[in-house]
Design a protein around this ligand. Structure first.
Ligand SMILES: Nc1ncnc2c1ncn2[C@@H]1O[C@H](COP(=O)(O)OP(=O)(O)OP(=O)(O)O)[C@@H](O)[C@H]1O
Ligand SMILES: [Mg+2]
Length: 146
């Protein structure tokens, strides 16, 4: 099943993300898929707010991963844009964040396409599509579940 919503501005995307974060009660992996400027980091910022993160959330483009303290559990925010392969991610020690038997928090992954095959079979996928300057179609689905 896929849930689709259209967000008409940045603020609405933040609000959708905030509410979505509040509905999550246990560790999971969420991939954020979409072109440059589609809204992945904007969503992550709203998500972090709803998750109870007090720190300012910035894009982890250069650090690849930022860790935050959430109200119930940690939030791990990845941006795989600069990673060219799954092997590189494994060398960086990221595999443990994609092992659902060990995971202690929620993992958000921008540019998950760059580490294809590393994410657990069961994960949530959120796709962002630019409709025009200020509108984005946001689709949420669960992968690896029948
Ligand atoms: N409805 C909307 N939702 C989210 N962002 C929007 C919306 N309308 C306009 N924008 C603008 O689109 C841009 C989204 O940038 P953002 O950094 O979130 O994208 P991204 O998907 O993370 O890109 P990148 O792949 O470069 O990391 C921002 O400049 C934001 O102001
Ligand atoms: Mg981004």
């Amino acid at each position: 099943m896929e849930i689709k919503v259209v967000s008409k501005d940045e603020k609405t995307t933040m609000e959708i993300a905030k509410r979505y974060a509040r509905s999550i009660k246990s560790p999971c992996v969420i991939s954020l898929i979409g072109d440059l400027g589609a809204g992945k980091t904007t969503f992550s910022k709203g998500f972090a707010e709803g998750f109870g993160v007090k720190e300012i959330v910035t894009s982890p483009t250069f650090t690849i991963m930022n860790e935050y303290i959430g109200e119930k559990m940690p939030l791990y925010h990845f941006d795989m844009y600069r990673l060219s392969s799954k092997e590189e991610a494994i060398n960086c020690g990221f595999e443990e964040y994609f092992d659902l038997t060990k995971l202690k928090g929620v993992v958000l992954v921008e540019w998950a396409e760059n580490v294809e095959g590393l994410l657990p079979t069961l994960h949530i996928e959120i796709k962002f599509k630019k409709i025009d300057d200020n509108s984005r179609e946001i689709s949420i689905s669960v992968k690896g579940w029948v």
